[in-house]
Write a protein that binds this ligand. Sequence first.
Ligand code: ADP
Ligand code: MG
Length: 536
Amino acid sequence: MPISKAVPGKKYGRAGRFEDKEKPTQIRESNITAAKAVADAIRTSLGPKGMDKMIQDEKGDVTITNDGATILKRMKVLHPAARMLVELSKAQDVEAGDGTTSVVVLAGSLLDAAAKLLGRGIHPTIISDAFQQCAEKAVDVLTKMSRPIELSDRETLLKSASTSLNSKVVSQYSGLLAPLAVDAILKVIDPSVATNVDLRDVKIIPKIGGTIEDTELVEGLVLTQKTASGSSGLQRVEKAKIGLIQFCLSPPKTDMENQVIVSDYTQMDRVLREERQYTLNLVKQIKKAGCNVLLVQKSILRDALSDLALHFLNKMKILVVKDIERDEIEFVCKATGCKPIASIDHFTLDMLATADMVEEVSVGSGRIVKVSGAAAGGKTVSVLMRGSNKLVLHEAERSLHDALCVIRCLVKKRATIAGGGAPETELAIRLAQHARTLGGMEAYCFAQYADAMEVVPYTLSENAGLNPISTVTELRNRHVNGDHNAGINVRKGGISDMAEESVVQPLLVTTSAIELATETVRSILKIDDIVNTRGG
Ligand code: ADP
Ligand code: MG
């Protein structure tokens, strides 16, 4: 880019270079405006009375959701600073799983505060450093007002899961999904020692048909592939010995593409006989190891299972489930206790898993295979999610994921905090109090940061159809009078004690939202130029 062209009215540095003092300010302003636009776009979906978004992609696929992370992921955001908010929401999704809307709304409000401070001529670095201190102080305040819990306190776990589910499209099913989320997590961990949960141990299987009420938790393994038993009618095996193979039960192919032309009938017979013999040997070996349920990994090179092999397997009463995906292998092994077998030479009894029962059952319009009572099975569960259409089903799946994350947060950090804007209001008051003990620019920054926190109760009441100004004012008064858990009661309208209303959320969701939002705002503030290397 030629930057030395003389422009009337601009200042020039000693080297005659273009030195536009205004540029960093303009860049910062445009970044803040773009990022705020994103925050404003999803503000209306915050809270139980928040609106949902219908998103259509290029292919015409429609998604209905209330989840901040999902909305932002699907939105086509081009401005680089606005993209930072999309990343922010993603980061919160990874860190806490819930609070993905709140984090962006908070960031938007903090950007507003930063813009005001910049307008007063405070240097971005000073604002950025002050905001960092504010966030630390905020986490302190939140930790002090939180309540420690035990994982045996099922009541609180249920309440936290329900709070998260209540702001979803599928909120009327929170009575069913909340206990399901709690049970699922408690089944895959050892509550006395666990400090984290691997959510891959909870497999959610969406299946269209029925209603969400038909959703069930299955201990053990559910495979969405049906059995390949064909006409043999073998759909159920008791006392199963399960083998999982990663090699193909079909005649081998040459490495290179080539043809064998057989012109003689006797030769052809021989080829067929060879194939028959080869396949039969493989199947016999499988039978000999004691296997009666065979899971076959999908092969990208060729048919993993030839018709002939299937015929022999059926004849020997071995139940076959084919097309197990590569990425399912780990879960299948963990759930059943079997080991993947890479070649027939390793097909021995010690690689197999035992289970009480493997059976194919019909669910909605399709069929699935259930494996129950696996002896050496690890701690895994499957959730068979049901829904009458794709839109509801997938939103239910995302909502359940949020609820699982909430419980995971409580495993990671065993403390809860009241919801409904109570923590944010408390922060606004405490930080403003702290600001009064400071001097100079820092005091300004703290005061603005404190004000910015009120966006959450403000938005919650706005979305619930209450008068935001009078509600937030009253809420502030209640907090000043020592009512730390007072929050917006979106159902009845007005203000009440959120802990009594059972609106509780994990401490980690709120602290991570504050920390991540502050971090993003700080990095946006520090940008003073955008260098575009794309195109010419
Ligand atoms: P997020 O994606 O940030 O989790 P939500 O739409 O789930 O966004 O809204 C979360 C906010 O709604 C939190 O501030 C939470 O405290 C609040 N909230 C949830 N349930 C209630 C309720 N029953 N009454 C009042 N506020 C609630
Ligand atoms: Mg939520």
